[in-house]
Design a protein around this ligand. Structure first.
Ligand SMILES: [Zn+2]
Length: 125
């Protein structure tokens, strides 16, 4: 994982959210509605509609900001030459026995977004 992936994921979140229906979305049974009407119908289970309600595009900006904050922290605290994180002394390389785990959650979120967006590697930001 890299700070570039966190930045790329933040960009994707903003781009995709900009094209969605207005929020907030509300779930009613398997229906998902927004201020301007129906957004989606969850065909398999009601929880799908509730999940989409929780993560409607109103979450994009705070999630993108969180990813960018983590990327900024990485830029400020991780030595580029060897990946050493000043705060914990670990290294940000996944296979290092003294691995840094400080960026685990934003890295996982960024990787999920990149995977779901069909981008194995981050696009230039
Ligand atoms: Zn660390």
């Amino acid at each position: 994982m890299s700070r570039e992936k966190m930045q790329a994921a933040a960009k994707i979140l903003r781009e995709v959210a900009a094209g969605t229906s207005p929020v907030p979305w509300k779930a009613s049974g398997n229906h998902l509605d927004g201020p301007k009407g129906a957004v989606a119908i969850a065909y398999q289970c009601f929880a799908d509609a509730r999940w989409m309600m929780l993560v409607d595009s109103g979450l994009a900006e705070p999630l993108a900001n969180w990813l960018e904050d983590a990327a900024d922290t990485w830029r400020q605290q991780v030595r580029e030459s060897d990946g050493k994180h000043e705060e914990c002394g670990g290294r940000v390389n996944d296979d290092d026995p003294d691995r840094c785990w400080c960026f685990e959650y934003p890295s996982a979120a960024a990787q999920h977004i990149l995977d779901r967006a069909g981008r194995a590697e981050p696009a230039p930001v």
